[in-house]
Design a protein around this ligand. Structure first.
Ligand SMILES: *[C@@H]1O[C@H](CO)[C@@H](O)[C@H](O)[C@H]1NC(C)=O
Ligand SMILES: *[C@@H]1O[C@H](CO)[C@@H](O)[C@H](O)[C@H]1NC(C)=O
Ligand SMILES: *[C@@H]1O[C@H](CO)[C@@H](O)[C@H](O)[C@H]1NC(C)=O
Ligand SMILES: *[C@@H]1O[C@H](CO)[C@@H](O)[C@H](O)[C@H]1NC(C)=O
Length: 588
């Protein structure tokens, strides 16, 4: 997480930051005709893409109610064919958000994830844009025009991050309501995709995808004359190597909000789960209660780690000074700058964009992503802060999206960018949560102050995530709010029971999905086990590669066995030092 793994994802302000192209190998999804079964087209340099038609409304698929969604699916094929005896089936993954694109996640991290699960078995790795998100249609974009959406984000930026003052909250509350109304009206009277985007519908979609995969696999195996000369008996035997009983079962790797999707699936369809790895945990009960404060339990540790590891890196960290006696002096310099910027906003007379101001908020926004992905982003954050301390705000302006805003506001999105993520995210996270539109200003005032108390650095930014729901108008038709529980697993494949316990992964200090959340999720699922990877950042997956973690994940995927109680893994890389291994990147 947020869960949303990225809740970052969740931040309106991030929309403009999301403009990082993933590659130039554009692919035009509208060239694929959506179909009711999986028809793949080559895409993105070695991936296979499909658009799968599914009912819009899973609770009513009567004849007159034939609305559909077309789910954008991207698959990285296994290194062996589906008839090979070392073929292990498909691992489905969701990167988080809610609202992160599974397609972009596959482009960025598909190969890395395949390297993580592949061992004696070889897997197809597959992800999808959940309904309403990016390449899936219809989309939950509230604006027909890209510039309208971007201008709305800029207005919001002008209000400042939630600071807990009544004056600001009044305006922000009215603005959240206006946005909620605007989004609710966006479909002009047709049935709205926003009413069907809650995680229950997405979990049901995922079940349909599992069934569709099995359908095409059996069809291909029965039809195709195989390499070599296998007779039917042999072929049937091969089929059974990945058969999971009468009904196909899910193998899943979810990060951040993707853990909530996994937990929902497991709780709704426990007998349809074969393997499930959840990394960077969201506590289901808290998320549906719109309680986002518990996410920040370890955020301060991650911030401290930035300064501690910078101090230890010495001259390799641009923020370090030879006279620093400890990491706390580095932290004090930056804290002082932030306080000073809050008290004395800097006037910026851009020549290549509109004039603007810099306050402490710009630093807070710039810190968010680096806390998620220290390996990739600590360096850049230190350089940016170093420059800002010298009075040079160029990088800060670039990072927080203020320069070049004319271009951002008016040019069409490029092919792998997705500027309305927060609008899709709201439809999911506000719909999943109970209705909070009746909460008064006093509630939000206390809430914002509580979060700022938990993390002076990102608490205000984090408070935006639940606060945005204060004006959200659309309620979902299909909602699952618990219990988040499953029966004891049974490896002999028994109806109604998962085939293996949950494997839960966590980093040591995670800025938004703390380790303690893993233990809370484990309580609802007998036999589940927590593996601690002693890295810092969001999810074990994103915070560092670790051969040790990979070994346990591979073994689990193959055998369903979880590691011994109390297992800990060392990370293979640390920030400030070169990391020669492949690693995962933020999916946006
Ligand atoms: C994708 O293809 C459609 C239909 O051929 C076309 O209208 C659209 O402009 C294309 N989009 C891009 C970004 O090229
Ligand atoms: C939906 O069903 C109705 C009644 O059966 C039919 O008239 C209509 O064409 C269908 N719409 C679509 C998009 O299939
Ligand atoms: C299902 O959809 C049809 C067509 O829109 C509608 O007439 C019917 O009342 C719906 N049924 C339920 C249970 O919502
Ligand atoms: C400010 O920082 C930018 C980016 O690091 C650099 O290109 C530029 O030269 C700096 N400006 C001054 C006046 O030092």
């Amino acid at each position: 997480m947020m869960p949303v793994s990225s809740p970052t994802s969740m931040l309106a302000v991030v929309c403009l930051l999301a403009h990082r192209a993933v590659g130039s190998n554009a692919f035009n999804w509208s060239h694929i005709e959506p179909s009711w079964d999986l028809q793949y087209t080559p895409c993105y340099d070695g991936l296979q893409c499909a658009r799968l038609l599914l009912p819009l409304d899973w609770l009513n698929s009567s004849d007159g109610n034939n609305g559909t969604v077309a789910i954008a699916i991207a698959k990285l094929p296994a290194k062996v064919g589906a008839d090979h005896d070392r073929y292990g089936g498909t691992v489905i993954t969701n990167p988080g958000g809610p609202g992160d694109s599974g397609v972009v996640h596959m482009i960025k991290n598909g190969r890395y994830l395949q390297g993580m699960v592949d061992g004696n078995r070889h897997y197809d790795v597959l992800s999808f844009d959940p309904r309403g998100v990016f390449y899936s249609t219809p989309t939950a974009n509230c604006y027909e025009d890209e510039p309208d959406g971007n201008l709305a984000e800029w207005q919001m930026r002008g209000f400042g991050l939630l600071d807990g003052s009544k004056q600001q909250l009044r305006r922000r509350r009215a603005h959240a309501t206006a946005r909620g109304q605007r989004c609710a009206q966006a479909d002009k009277g047709q049935s709205s995709i926003r009413e069907f985007m809650s995680t229950a519908s997405v979990a049901r979609d995922m079940l349909a995808i599992v069934d569709k995969i099995e359908e095409s696999r059996s069809a291909a195996l029965v039809k195709a004359p195989k390499s070599g000369h296998r007779d039917d008996a042999q072929r049937l035997e091969l089929r059974s190597s990945v058969d999971m009983g009468a009904e196909a079962r899910l193998q899943y790797f979810g990060t951040s909000y993707g853990t909530f999707l996994g937990n929902t699936f497991l709780s709704m369809f426990p007998g349809r789960v074969h393997r499930m790895v959840l990394d960077g945990l969201v506590v289901g009960e808290e998320y549906v209660d719109l309680e986002w404060s518990t996410n920040l339990a370890d955020t301060a540790h991650v911030v401290d780690y930035f300064y501690q590891s910078c101090f230890e890196a010495g001259p390799f960290c641009p923020l370090w000074r030879a006279f620093d006696m400890s990491w706390t002096t580095i932290k004090s310099r930056v804290d002082k700058l932030v306080a000073d910027l809050d008290d004395n906003p800097r006037a910026i007379a851009n020549t290549d964009g509109p004039e603007t101001v810099i306050t402490g908020d710009e630093i807070r926004i710039a810190m968010m992503d680096p806390l998620y992905a220290p390996l990739d982003l600590f360096d850049g954050l230190a350089t940016l802060l170093h420059d800002a301390l010298q009075g040079n705000y160029t990088l800060l302006l670039e990072r927080t999206g203020i320069t070049g805003s004319k271009k951002d506001a008016c040019s069409p999105v490029r092919s792998l960018e997705y500027s309305w993520m927060d609008q899709a995210s709201m439809a999911v996270r506000c719909g999943d949560a109970k209705d909070v539109t009746d909460r008064d200003l006093t509630f939000w005032e206390a809430y914002a102050q509580k979060l700022k108390g938990l993390s002076p650095d990102i608490g205000g930014l984090w408070a935006e995530v639940p606060f945005a729901c204060s004006g959200w108008q659309t309620r979902p038709k299909y909602r699952f709010d618990g219990p988040f529980e499953s029966p004891r697993p049974d490896e002999t494949i028994r109806s109604g029971r998962p085939s293996a316990p949950l494997l839960l992964l966590s980093s040591l200090y995670d800025p938004v999905t703390p380790l303690r959340s893993a233990a809370k999720v484990a309580r609802g699922h007998p036999g589940s086990r927590v593996l601690l990877q002693k890295s810092v950042g969001h999810c074990a997956f994103l915070s560092s590669p670790s051969e040790c973690t990979k070994r346990y994940v591979r073994d689990y995927m193959e055998t369903g066995r979880v590691p011994p109680e109390g297992t800990e893994c060392e990370p293979d890389c640390a920030p400030w030092w070169p990391c020669p291994m492949d690693r995962a990147h933020l999916p946006r």
